[in-house]
Ligand binder design. Structure first.
Ligand code: ZN
Length: 711
């Protein structure tokens, strides 16, 4: 089935929500695809989605089918698989559009060093030392120690620093201090001995610590706060800052490091031209100015202009102005996210990690999402929420599929599969937001894996059959419902603060679980068939429920190390949703736990009842959010979402061993190479694929290493 002209054959497997879905062949006629791409009207504004969501992909399984000479899988090491993605449609862009994509991509990559330094203050010097060893070591490269050194370096590259990108734990080298010291000496590499020791000792062992007992700030290695600053200090500092317009608060703390000055007073070191990270930010400005020069239209150009103004001044009011302009810039084929945006890496949720993503539109895949969006009010009106928590006007929420052309910062090499911005609630409420799914990234995941895992963890043949026939569709629709209706649904009671204030560290997982539950509630509903979204609502719903429970109760545990608690918000929510309905349905055996030949299975016996339980939990989750009920959020998450059944976890890890699939994936970015004419003007831009992950990482360090070692 290898080469078929003009047709990409893919075995689609969407991994966003339910694991181990199936493989449906979709034939894509490239010509039609491109025509649609060119005819695309514009981004739709998604109004009033409450919380930004960064979807993440779960571990992949499935079969690999590649077209022509492109291979998705590049390499695998430790718990990481490195993939590649293509940029379908790039060749059909005009030269001006290609230039825009190129300049925006350059502006993103220019900020690469920032995320390294934000993640940990010693990361840049450690990276420089490791790369120097790699490039200069002439000793035995076949030894076990050296191979472990290479794996360690790749893991550090992948995580943009020495802490695991997902677990936040400091990565343990597979070699010892003596060997490393020898490598340093042999290659004449300088690295402060205190920093060398940190690679091997227990200092700064957690990037983001959410355990309050250890101190949220003191226990976190992220470089957002100076020494001797506690969470209470930070809260007091920002509590004293009263917003000028209480209904339109600027995002205090988003673009700075908080430090104690010589006089012992707290002050912000602002990320801006001439400020912290100024050297990298000046390069961003350089490329953004070029991008502004080839903007597709006035609105897009205005937005880029404001972004430049913001990077020059560091003024957060300008950042808000920019976001408003960016949301309004909808009539373009090219779009991007650029800035200090997501606050997941700050245990206190103030400071934004740098990220850049550049996208080309893909209208074809967005059709279904638009259908859901058009019916958002119906979904709200028919939801199990208490009347007072329902929104009267859920407006035109649309979620678009785009084609990624380049990623950087916190979005690379590990990438989200969906983006929903801006984050400021009041901008979302007054001006709307953009919500997108990264189509070619998802497609790349679909090319990877092995299929037997489904048979290992599914309870019976019916479950396997349903999954194979409807699983992919179910997963995709769940993503859509989660994003388009889920995050948009419900309202907070008058006088109750934002969830960051009321639910604190439980806000993210509560919100993600709530959005999941909206999706689950409607996946088993005739309405989705009536809207033409699925062929058979019942079977799609059954496949969705099987997949969700299987993942939430068991298979997602392959991502955790033995003995660990669940920390990540989405993983937590998948478990508390699954474990709660399992327990609630126990009396009536809605989900039965079966042990057969020493293997555990979860079998749903009553889909109707499970549907009702999801509805009940959705109603309660919305109540918690609407009322800001911290105690209830804490009880739900701590009782069902954090602790892991150790025996089952061990069993799952054991059963998973034979599949040898890496738990996490990330990407090599295609490299955009401009071709110049005799006058030095760009005449075309070509998409090339770097030979390897190592080549790309060294290329970036060499060409985009703009920051000093200490910032
Ligand atoms: Zn979400």
């Amino acid at each position: 089935m290898g080469k078929v002209k003009n047709i990409i054959l893919f075995f689609l497997r969407i991994i966003a929500f339910a694991e181990m879905s199936i493989f449906v062949n979709i034939y894509y006629n490239l010509q039609i695809y491109f025509m649609k791409l060119r005819a695309m009207a514009g981004f739709f504004i998604a109004a009033s989605i409450l919380v930004s969501c960064k979807n993440e992909i779960k571990d992949q399984t499935t079969t690999t089918i590649e077209n022509s000479d492109f291979t998705t899988e590049a390499e695998q090491f430790a718990d990481i698989k490195i993939l590649r993605y293509q940029i379908p449609g790039f060749d059909k862009l005009t030269l001006k559009e290609k230039e825009l994509v190129y300049y925006l991509t350059q502006a993103s990559t220019a900020g690469r060093d920032i995320i390294w330094d934000q993640n940990y203050k010693h990361n840049l010097k450690i990276r420089a030392a490791l790369e120097n060893i790699l490039q200069n070591y002439s000793g035995d490269k076949e030894s076990k120690d050296y191979k472990e050194f290479i794996v360690y370096l790749k893991r550090v590259w992948f995580s943009n620093g020495i802490h695991h990108h997902y677990s936040n734990d400091k990565i343990k080298p597979g070699f010892d201090l003596a060997y490393f010291s020898q490598l340093l000496a042999d290659t004449k590499t300088n690295l402060d001995s205190e920093v060398v020791n940190i690679l091997f000792n227990d200092v700064d062992s957690k990037k983001v610590n959410l355990d309050e007992k250890k101190g949220l700030v003191e226990g976190s290695a992220v470089n957002f706060y100076g020494d001797g600053i506690s969470a209470a200090d930070v809260d007091a500092f920002y509590a004293a800052k009263k917003p000028i317009d209480i209904h339109r608060p600027v995002s205090y703390g988003l673009n700075s490091k908080l430090v104690r000055n010589a006089a012992g007073k707290l002050e912000e070191k602002v990320y801006k031209s001439g400020g912290m990270y100024g050297a990298a930010i000046d390069k961003m400005i350089f490329w953004l100015e070029k991008a502004q020069g080839v903007a597709e239209n006035q609105k897009q150009g205005n937005a880029i202009e404001l972004l430049i103004k913001y990077y020059k001044s560091g003024d957060l009011k300008t950042w808000d102005d920019y976001n408003i302009a960016w949301v309004a810039a909808t009539d373009s084929n090219i779009d991007y996210n650029h800035g200090f945006i997501e606050v997941y890496n700050d245990p206190l949720g103030y400071r934004g990690s740098f990220e850049g993503v550049v996208q080309i539109k893909d209208f074809d895949m967005s059709a279904k999402m638009q259908k859901v969006s058009e019916n958002a009010q119906w979904f709200e009106d028919n939801s199990p929420l208490m009347t007072e928590h329902k929104k009267k006007n859920v407006v035109g929420v649309t979620y678009n599929t785009v084609i990624v052309a380049g990623e950087a910062g916190d979005s690379s090499p590990s990438t989200p599969i969906g983006v929903n911005l801006p984050n400021a609630d009041w901008i979302r409420a007054e001006h709307g937001s953009k919500s997108i799914s990264l189509g070619n990234i998802i497609d790349a995941y679909n090319h990877v894996g092995g299929g037997d895992k489904l048979r290992e963890f599914a309870h019976d043949q019916q479950e396997v059959d349903l999954q194979e026939k409807y699983g992919e569709q179910a997963d995709k629709l769940h993503t859509t419902l989660h994003e388009v209706v889920g995050h948009a649904s419900g309202q907070i009671n008058k006088g109750i603060g934002t969830t960051k204030e009321t639910l604190k560290s439980y806000a993210s997982t509560l919100e993600e679980g709530r959005a999941d539950l909206v999706g689950l509630y409607y996946l088993y509903n005739p309405k989705i068939q009536e809207l033409g979204l699925v062929e058979d609502w019942k079977k799609t719903g059954m496949a969705a429920y099987d997949g969700y429970i299987r993942n939430g109760m068991m298979t997602q545990l392959v991502r955790l190390e033995k003995g660990a608690n669940i920390e990540e918000a989405h993983m937590r929510n998948r478990q508390w949703v699954s474990a709660w309905v399992f327990e609630q349905g126990k009396k009536e055996n809605v989900i039965e736990k079966i042990v057969r030949d020493g293997k555990t299975y979860f079998n749903i016996t009553n889909y109707e009842k499970l549907h009702d339980l999801f509805g009940k939990l959705l109603r309660e989750t919305q109540r918690i959010k609407s009322e800001g009920d911290y105690k209830a959020a804490q009880a739900l998450v701590e009782n069902y979402g954090v602790k892991v059944d150790q025996k089952l976890h061990a069993e799952v890890l054991d059963r998973n061993k034979k599949f040898n699939s890496a738990a996490y994936s990330g990407f090599i970015n295609p490299l955009l190479v401009p071709e110049m004419d005799a006058d030095g003007k760009i005449k075309d831009i070509k998409v090339t694929q770097p030979k390897s992950f190592t080549e790309q990482m060294l290329y970036y360090s060499k060409n985009f290493g703009f920051l000093p070692m200490d910032n």
